[in-house]
Each structure stands twice: as structure tokens, then as C-alpha cells.
Design a binder for this molecule. Structure first.
Ligand code: ADP
Ligand code: MG
Length: 530
């Protein structure tokens, strides 16, 4: 491909200066294709995945079209969310840093409208807004379309997904007939095509061909799992790879909520993000993720669109995406800025065939991985710890620490090896206790029958508990059929109950915070044969 340069596009020199300052070396493929078309004044449909520079693709020509001497509204960009409106406004403001007299204003729900009205009264030529809030301003006549010459629909598919279709159509109908209409979208489903047919004239389509949609710099793995084991496998992978920031995708809001609760329950710093959240909640969650306070962000495709966090180390497809393109969008959140990212995909049963389609579509390879055992988790974790240690040895001044160790060696009868090994054990031991959930095969010998695990419960005959109560609690809380519950041995102050090995972890988890006959209980694997 012959490379296009920004200098070849006939841009205003003040914009070229800004582009240089922003560090853009050359136009991205969608920019190279779209900028000349948009500059020609035609209606344009643009398609390219997230993160390909679509903002500048329409933002640059837009800025060149705006007359700074005219203080009236000349162009409007519609965006699906407040976050995106702010991001787009920021990017465009950077692009026009050296142009004088151009006012750019984001308007979105959740911000006091009177503040926006005051800013608008000052004369704004370019408004970036969410459809709902733009409609609001139109009704109040605080936005007027008399001199509007350009409308951009950014992330059009997302706006439709979020239910903005009617607002968008009203805005398009209200706008002057003589205008340029530009639509950008990552995907092109039928409703988008309908909009382009009804509201654009003789539009030219520019798209970055699928070959360029591929995913570089991302190691991709998949795991064949059972639906009910997903949470456990996810926890293990997170423990193993210990990514600083991970993004976990679920297919529905409900699953986002459930998984968020479950991971929080396991002690992870996790938060969920989906369309039902109030703007203030969204902002709080995003802020937590950006600052690293939240390490795991669980999101739906819609909510995650436009999240601009660069150092996501791992993306998890907790649910296989419904659409091939979504796979690309999702995992494209990692492996940015030259780093290598990781993408983990869970498939259940026949979904593995769908994965084949995805690989074909993305021209990529997704490698099968066995579900990690606890030993794997420990081994990988150990590797990571040793890497961290190496870094410290290489880069930090350890002299004062060495003096402490030296003193220990001299005063006590230890070797440096003893001390290092003890530190490692302490470090790894804490990790295991804190983060590793129990698993079917980790109970060892509890003195139960073959295939069963014997559990100890600290409640017995003295508390007027009968075997039926124990059976009811075990089956009721964990959901395993009562007939699978084995021998129940009751003593005065405690009880042993046997459950199938494969259900033992679930039972333990389910019984953690339950009460029997109104009394809080403690359940743990029995100590085994004496
Ligand atoms: P999209 O809207 O396609 O998801 P954005 O317009 O938000 O993508 O751009 C994603 C990131 O890439 C932004 O940080 C933007 O500043 C940067 N970017 C855009 N164009 C270029 C370019 N030509 N070279 C380098 N970085 C770019
Ligand atoms: Mg965008």
C-alpha cells in the first residue's frame, strides 16, 4: 500500500501543526480514505473498528469547514455517551489548538443544563452532544439550526443500540436540507443502512477492509468450560496471570451484575458497567478503572464501547460474543500502544464451532488451552513473582536491606537461602490462602467413602439439630439433590456429613454464610483419618 501523508491531504497548516504536536505520524487507513471524501463536501458513510482514529477522520475536515467569524452553530456531532462526547470534544479541541475563534462544546445529559445554555449563548460553532440532550436544547431553542451545514453521527450503531433512533431521526429531520451528513459506525447492520438511505444523499462509503481489522499484538487463547465453572476458571486465570487491569465481557446486563457480585465476593476489586447505570455511577466506575482502584471491569459490549483506557492487559470473553466483529472490538482493548495483550475466550459446548468462524473472519489463531489446575496457577504465579524479584534486584538499591539480612545471618544460625526461601513461602502462602478457591480435587483424604468428601459442621445434637436439618441445609443451600448427600454422623457439638467430591467445593461455598436452626455455622473439610 502506498502510504498517504497528512501533508498530501491539502490540510490547513494550523491543523498540520496540531497533528504534529499530537504525535500523529501518518493518517490511519480510515483517515486516509475518509478525509478527502469528507473534504469534498459529499455525504460519507465510514466504517472502521474502534480505535482507528475516526474522530480525526471527520474532525479535521469539519474544522476546515467552520467559519470562525460566524458565531452561530455550524456543525453538530452526535455521540452515544457522555464519555464519548467529552473524548471527541477533547480530540477536536486539540486539533484546532492553533486556530482562533472556533468554539467547541460538548453537551450531554447529567450536566446542569443551565451551564450548557450559558456556554451556548457565548456563541459555539461546533457542538458535540448526546442525542437526548441535543433534543432538549432544540426544544428550548438554545440550539438553532439556521446556519448548520454539517451533521456527524459518530458510533451510529451504538446510538441505535442505546435507543436513540427516534431522537436522531428528529434531529436529522429538523436540520436544513442543504447540509453534509457524515455517519461513522463500527458495524453496518440494516437499521444503519436505513438511516443512510433516508437521510443522506448519494453517500460514498469508505471502509477499512476486513484484512486491516485483524488483531495484532494479542495472544489469544480459548478454554472449553462448563457454564457453571466459568466463574472458577476466570478466577484462576486472573490469579495466574495477575493482570493489572482486565476487561471482562458478558453478553447481558444481568450477567454483568451477577459476575460482578461473585467476583467481589471472592475478594477481587471488580466493578460492573452497563447501560442501566446512572451517568454518575458510570463515571465513578470508569474513574476507578482508570486509576487502577478497580482492577477488573465487567461490561457489556454496549457499555464498553468507547472506553479509552490504554493499558488493559487482558480481555476475557466470559461469554462468547454474538457477533464476529464484536470479538475484534472486544479484544482490541488490549495490546495497545505497542504492548502485547492477552485475550481469553470461554466456550461452552457447541460454541467451539462459532469460534472457528471468528478465527476465519479475523484471520487469526486462537489457541486452545487446558483449564488451569491449581498447580498451574501456583507455577505461573511463582514465575511472575520471580520476574518481579529479578526486576528489583536489577533496578533497585538493596544495600540497606542486605544489611538487615546480614545481621540475621550473623546473629542466628541461618543461611541467606533459608531466609529467601522463608520469604517466598510467606509470599506465596498468603497468595494461596487469600485468593485460591477450593476445588474438587484439593480436599485430600477427609476420611470419607470413595468419591465423597467428609465435611465438618460445628453444630450438633446439643443444639437440637437433627440429621434432617443438616440434609435440608446442605441440599437446599447448594442445590445438589438430597439423595447425593451421604452419611451424616451427629455428635453432641458437631456433625460430619459426606457429599460427592465433585460437589464439595460448591457445597462449601454455598454453606459459608448460612444458618441452621437460626445458628450461624462453620463448615470445613474434615481432617481425615487419624
Ligand atoms: P475511534 O473513534 O475510531 O474509536 P479515536 O478517534 O478515538 O478512534 O482514536 C483513537 C486514538 O488514536 C486516539 O487516542 C487518537 O488520538 C489516536 N489517533 C488518531 N489518529 C491517529 C494517527 N493518525 N496516528 C496516531 N494516533 C492517532
Ligand atoms: Mg470514536
Amino acid at each position: 500500500m502506498d502510504t498517504v501523508k497528512f501533508e498530501d491531504l491539502g490540510l490547513d497548516t494550523r491543523i498540520l501543526r496540531a497533528i504534529t504536536e499530537m504525535g500523529f505520524e501518518e493518517p490511519s487507513p480510515i483517515q486516509a480514505k475518509a478525509i478527502p471524501e469528507v473534504m469534498s463536501g459529499r455525504d460519507v458513510i465510514g466504517q472502521a473498528q474502534t480505535g482507528t482514529g475516526k474522530t480525526a477522520a471527520f474532525g479535521i475536515p469539519l474544522l476546515q469547514k467552520i467559519d470562525p467569524k460566524n458565531r452561530k452553530l455550524q456543525a453538530i456531532v452526535l455521540c452515544p455517551t457522555r464519555e464519548l462526547a467529552i473524548q471527541v470534544a477533547d480530540e477536536i479541541r486539540r486539533l484546532c489548538k492553533f486556530m482562533h475563534g472556533i468554539k467547541v462544546l460538548p453537551v450531554y445529559g447529567g450536566q446542569d443544563i443551565s451551564i450548557q445554555i450559558r456556554s451556548l449563548k457565548g456563541g459555539v460553532q461546533l457542538v458535540i452532544g448526546t442525542p437526548g440532550r441535543v433534543m432538549d436544547h432544540l426544544r428550548r431553542h438554545t440550539l438553532k439550526f439556521d446556519e448548520l451545514h454539517t451533521i456527524v453521527l459518530d458510533e451510529a450503531d451504538e446510538m441505535l443500540n442505546m435507543g436513540f433512533r427516534e431522537d436522531i431521526e428528529t434531529i436529522l429531520k429538523d436540520a436544513p436540507q442543504e447540509r453534509q451528513t457524515i455517519l461513522f459506525s463500527a458495524t453496518m447492520p440494516q437499521p444503519i443502512l436505513d438511516i443512510t438511505r433516508n437521510y443522506q444523499k448519494d453517500a460514498v462509503m469508505v471502509r477499512v477492509v476486513k484484512k486491516e481489522l485483524t488483531v495484532k499484538n494479542i495472544d489469544q487463547y480459548y478454554y472449553e468450560v462448563k457454564q457453571k465453572n466459568k466463574e472458577e476458571v476466570l478466577s484462576r486465570l486472573i490469579d495466574m496471570y495477575n493482570p493489572k487491569l482486565s476487561l471482562v465481557f458478558c453478553n447481558t446486563k444481568k450477567r454483568v451484575d451477577e459476575l460482578t457480585e461473585a467476583l467481589k465476593g471472592r475478594g477481587y476489586f471488580a466493578e460492573g458497567l452497563h447501560g442501566d447505570l446512572k451517568q454518575s455511577q458510570r463515571d465513578r466506575v470508569m474513574k476507578g478503572f482508570r486509576t487502577g482502584k478497580t482492577e477488573i471491569l465487567i461490561a457489556t459490549d454496549v457499555a464498553a464501547r468507547g472506553i479509552d483506557v490504554d493499558d488493559v492487559e487482558a480481555v476475557f470473553n466470559y461469554d462468547l460474543p454474538q457477533d464476529d466483529e464484536f470479538y475484534v472490538h472486544r479484544i482490541g482493548r488490549t495490546g495497545r500502544a505497542g504492548r502485547v495483550g492477552k485475550a481469553f475466550t470461554f466456550v461452552v459446548g457447541r460454541e467451539v464451532y462459532k469460534l472457528k468462524d471468528i478465527q476465519r473472519y479475523c484471520k487469526t489463531k486462537i489457541y486452545a488451552q487446558p483449564v488451569p489446575s491449581l498447580n498451574d496457577v501456583t507455577a505461573i504465579r511463582l514465575e511472575k513473582v520471580m520476574e518481579e524479584i529479578e526486576e528489583i534486584i536489577k533496578n533497585e538499591d538493596l544495600r540497606s536491606m542486605m544489611r538487615v539480612i546480614e545481621r540475621q545471618i550473623n546473629e542466628e544460625d541461618y543461611t541467606a537461602m533459608d531466609i529467601a526461601a522463608a520469604f517466598l513461602k510467606k509470599y506465596m502462602g498468603e497468595f494461596e490462602q487469600n485468593t485460591l478457591p477450593k476445588r474438587e480435587d484439593d480436599f485430600g483424604d477427609t476420611g470419607a467413602e470413595e468419591g465423597m468428601v467428609r465435611l465438618f459442621i460445628n453444630i450438633g445434637k446439643k443444639q437440637k439439630v437433627r440429621p434432617g436439618d443438616i440434609l435440608g441445609a446442605v441440599a437446599g443451600e447448594s442445590g445438589i439433590p438430597g439423595k447425593l448427600v451421604g452419611t451424616i454422623d451427629m455428635y453432641d457439638k458437631y456433625t460430619f456429613v459426606e457429599v460427592p467430591r465433585e460437589n464439595a467445593a460448591d457445597v462449601l461455598r454455598a454453606m459459608k454464610n448460612t444458618k441452621i436452626k437460626g445458628k450461624s455455622i462453620n463448615v470445613e473439610p474434615a481432617n481425615g483419618r487419624m
